[in-house]
Design a protein around this ligand. Structure first.
Ligand SMILES: CC(=O)Nc1ccn([C@@H]2O[C@H](CO)[C@@H](O)[C@H]2O)c(=O)n1
Length: 104
């Protein structure tokens, strides 16, 4: 079983290290720095890599910066659009920073 899932369209960005954060709601804010997570695809739960959690920090939608977008490999408008689709109306998010474990 996997510990966290991502939409399949982000798999390549995660595996190559272009995407190093994810923004989640409170239901997924329980991860802690140092945890090693098995990562799967949301659509079919197929495992695709392992990540180490670096930090989990609350952030308001209005506080998102170009730096967050860069860490998502997106522009800020793109990131806000994606979040609006996944979490409509939600303002309180959590930035989960991670590092891909290469030898998994
Ligand atoms: C079930 C569920 O919520 N799955 C999610 C939620 C979020 N994300 C990605 O995190 C960033 C900000 O939200 C964007 O890159 C999102 O696409 C994801 O891949 N899969």
């Amino acid at each position: 079983m996997n510990d966290i899932t991502f939409f399949q369209r982000f798999e390549a960005d995660i595996v190559t290290g272009r995407k190093t954060i994810t923004l989640r709601d409170e239901a997924e804010s329980h991860f802690r720095p140092g945890q090693r997570l098995r990562v799967g695809r949301y659509e079919d739960d197929v495992f695709f890599c392992t990540i180490d959690v670096k930090s989990v920090v609350p952030v308001m939608l209005s506080e998102l910066t170009e730096e967050h977008a860069r860490q998502e490999n997106m522009t800020l408008p793109q990131l806000k659009e994606v979040i609006g689709e996944i979490y409509p109306g939600l303002n309180e998010l959590y930035v989960i920073s991670f590092e891909r474990v290469i030898a998994d």
